[in-house]
Design a protein around this ligand. Structure first.
Ligand code: SF4
Length: 249
């Protein structure tokens, strides 16, 4: 439930809830669903409900116990803004993040409408980064929903990138991640889609992180884009020199 992560742009994951349901084409080959089914089969008690939405009150305080600062991806196995998660629980999760100010927290959602609806009820200190996933140009409204929040760091995850996304409004956006889908049935990401987003980021001085090409063998496909690794992080974070934790990980 709370372990070191292989995800390139974070260090650890914290899952005070697990399970979810599909909302858009980016969910079709959901990695969390596949993993939850596997963990249930292995007898992991936290996944006895497989991929059904489950709240884990006993996991709430985990980050408070991690004394060494970490970059933490919140809910890699769910979506905190799922319509069935009570507002009180979301507030509890935010309260823990506020109190664990030794860490950075990365919260990522596809339910930007819900985020937008309740954002004013939440506290947004600098260590909470809020992001939305956008898989193709039909979902750019999520970026507008994110922009209207008071999150100190706002980021976009174009993963799995399933189509071109021209003319992105990057105003107020602090970080962009791009990645292709991986695993069985992975849908192919075109290089020109990636290059176009990279150029848009460069033009607007928005840090760009290229996570992976993806595919059935993601290790082999790697993460070089025209021979270069793109590992940029949000500017405020770089200025604090905090990126050393990630780089030494
Ligand atoms: S929102 Fe995320 S966790 Fe939920 S089904 Fe879609 S991809 Fe999976």
């Amino acid at each position: 439930m709370s372990e070191s992560s292989k995800i390139e742009w974070t260090e650890s994951t914290w899952n005070p809830l697990t399970g979810c349901s599909k909302v858009s084409p980016g969910c079709a080959n959901c990695y969390a669903e596949r993993l939850a089914v596997r963990l249930k089969a292995m007898g992991n008690p936290n996944y006895k409900n497989s991929f059904q939405l489950t709240l884990h009150e006993n996991q709430l305080e985990v980050p408070l116990r991690w004394k060494k600062p970490r970059m933490i991806f919140v809910n890699s196995m769910s979506d905190l803004f799922h319509e069935d998660v009570p507002l009180e629980f979301i507030i509890k999760v935010f309260d823990i993040m506020v109190r664990s100010d030794q860490h950075y927290f990365q919260v990522l959602t596809k339910r930007s409408t819900m985020l937008n609806k309740i954002a004013d009820r939440l506290t947004w200190p600098p260590n909470i980064w809020m992001g939305v996933s956008v898989e193709n140009s039909n979902y750019t409204y999520r970026i507008d929903n994110l922009r209207s929040t008071s999150a100190a760091v706002k980021f976009l995850s174009f993963e799995p990138l399933l189509g071109p996304i021209p003319d992105i409004d990057l105003n107020g956006i602090d970080w962009v991640i791009v990645g292709g889908e991986s695993g069985p049935g992975a849908r192919k990401m075109q290089k020109e889609w990636v290059m176009d987003i990279k150029e848009q980021c460069i033009n607007k001085s928005v840090p760009f992180f290229f996570k992976q090409w993806g595919g059935v063998n993601k290790k082999k496909a790697g993460r070089l884009l025209d021979g270069q690794i793109w590992d940029e992080m949000p500017t405020a974070y770089e200025q604090q020199g905090a990126n050393q934790t990630l780089q030494s990980y």
